[in-house]
Ligand binder design. Sequence first.
Ligand code: PSV
Ligand code: MN
Length: 424
Amino acid sequence: MELNQHDIAAHNEAHYAKHKKRLDFLCSEIEGERAILQKLIDFQIAIPSWALGTGGTRFGRFPSGGEPRNLEEKIADVGLLHALNASSGAISLHIPWDIPQNPTAIKALAAQHGLKFDAVNSNTFQDQANQKHSYKFGSLQHADKMVRQQAIDHNIEVIRHGEALDSKSITVWLSDGSCFPGQLNFRKAFQRTLGSLQEIYAKMPADWKMFIEYKAFEPNFYSMTVGDWGQSLLYAQKLGNQAFTLVDLGHHLPNANIEQIVALLMMEGKLAGFHFNDSKYGDDDLTVGSINPYQLFLIFNELVDGMDVRGMNHATDLGWMIDASHNVKDPLEDLLQSIEAIMQAYAKSLLVNRKALNQAQNENDVVRCQEILQTAYQTDVRALVAEARLRSGAAIDPLNLFRNSKIRAALIKERGAKTIATGL
Ligand code: PSV
Ligand code: MN
């Protein structure tokens, strides 16, 4: 389902006067709006192929219909999002959920929608039908070399799929760990995992990156072999300069200071990028910014500070992706909300008066430090984010346009009311 350019134009015309009023007010309040606008225009957030369908829990799944049934339709959905907001210019594939049968055709289809391929993801957390050895007791950590080899081969195959699509990174998330004390020798599990990762790393092209994602718990509930940023960083340091630590916001224990983790990973040049989502209790996979938008802003505040100190390109030097699940909302609407929340947090962090903050920090003026951060956070930047979209040919208010269009109804008609997307 393509979005008609006339629909965007008509929407923008109808919303322009109100938008312009808000923008003019905002610009009278802030400085450097031109540079900020360009940064917002350049900033792209990858969409994971598995977030386009209705998610489920182990208790059930309630699809609302019109979900993509194959890779082509997933690409079409991300293309639709990108047409609406001009900020979702990449898709991340999960193998074997999304094996491209004809990579040349898939690449051409993505290009038609202005999309690139972000990191490819391997999957050794499920057994596949045609698989010889089970991952019940882990994959890269497994005591049996045959199981490890199968998982290594799978990761190398994922890299080859990624190469065919011009992807430049592989994200390795392992569910490996143990459920009960005594089940696993931690040291041996670490060493076996490292050995396996080294074999995969050796097969990466020179311009590729390996992202090592950590998670505190689930599906293993006693120990995870890549359980936190310390363990991920250890692997990344031992592997070499093409390996980095990936931060999924939902993968921490409650109240973890994620912004501090991010600052230190950046300092070490070992931050890969993000899987954005939000949570109240654990890996809830909720819409970005729906529970704790201030934390998201604080994370971006550290990111902008750290990237600027290191002279990094905000748009391209880290991996930006959403990793959420949509159980009760329309996945496309949820993704539009997530992207909006990320863009707002980013825009607000660009408003922080860094010189003043630095001075206040040096003077131990704690009150002023807080005022500086909160002045930026409390600025309503929505008009700036909308203007960035407008200048890129997208919609002033993508969610409003999507909701008032007949797109979802057309998708349900085309794909069916109870489609089951591949993936989780
Ligand atoms: C694991 O919870 C995770 O965050 C990893 O990124 C996986 O690839 C993804 O979710 C699968 O849904
Ligand atoms: Mn993730």
